[in-house]
Design a protein around this ligand. Structure first.
Ligand code: ADP
Ligand code: MG
Length: 223
């Protein structure tokens, strides 16, 4: 592929206090528009890898580059900007703000980026309809199913048109039918929004939707 990779990870090593070596020299690249699934059993290092790629934590060795920025060399303030403008996050537990409606939750990153109100409202409307929730804009998280809440979280993660979407077991709390729907939604959005996605999952039935699957075993990439 001639496109410059969106993710370049080289020689990542992470040792937690207490001595657990969660990553032992992990290297890979992801290209524009690619949906890369990270598989591996619980404890294999998936969350550690995603957190390091997303600038939520720092490695002991190795480098991470996202959309041309050296994540591992950025100061905290620059990491905040990177996470706001370049990377969207989706977590297993949705992470919505309970007192805000679906529309308000999706609008949070746009407020943080100081997008003008009219433009913000329009972007929120488009995003909610992209995830099939146009009719649910005014509902609070507790008035929605788990699958609907994760759709809101996916819409929110795309609000600032990130280059990279990082999703850590986004279907881990959903039944298998809903899990498949969320994974299919991610698949469609990666294409339509032109975003690159790094998705951790240990659900084998979802791996078929990925462009590429990488497997972690005890902190090392297998195969
Ligand atoms: P996965 O997401 O694949 O389940 P993790 O990246 O969460 O794997 O964990 C990898 C290894 O690092 C595990 O052995 C886990 O117990 C350990 N670990 C994860 N987070 C911490 C932490 N904050 N402190 C100490 N050990 C940790
Ligand atoms: Mg994990």
């Amino acid at each position: 592929m001639s496109d410059r990779p969106v993710i370049v990870v080289e020689g990542l090593r992470k040792v937690y206090p207490g001595g657990v070596e969660a990553l032992r020299g992990v290297s890979f690249e992801a290209h524009p528009g690619e949906l890369v699934a990270v598989r591996g059993r619980s404890g294999s290092g998936k969350t550690t890898l995603l957190n390091l790629v997303g600038g939520l934590d720092r490695p002991d060795e190795g480098t991470v580059e996202v959309a041309g920025r050296r994540v591992t060399e950025l100061a905290e303030a620059e990491l905040l900007t990177l996470r706001r403008d370049v990377i969207g996050f989706v977590f297993q537990t949705f992470g919505l703000i309970p007192v805000l409606s679906a529309a308000e939750n999706v609008g949070v990153p746009l407020r943080l980026a100081r997008v003008p109100a009219a433009e913000r409202d329009e972007r929120v409307r488009v995003l909610l309809s992209l995830v099939g929730l146009a009719e649910h804009a005014g509902q609070r998280p507790y008035e929605m199913s788990g699958g609907q809440q994760q759709r809101v979280a996916v819409a929110r993660s795309l609000a600032n048109r990130p280059r990279l979407l990082i999703a850590d077991e986004p279907t881990g709390q959903l039944d298998s039918q809903t899990a498949l729907q969320i994974m299919e939604l991610l698949r469609v959005l990666v294409r339509s929004e032109g975003v690159t996605a790094l998705v951790a999952t240990h659900d084998p039935s979802l791996l078929g939707l990925a462009d590429r699957v990488i497997e972690l075993r005890d902190g090392t990439l297998a195969g």
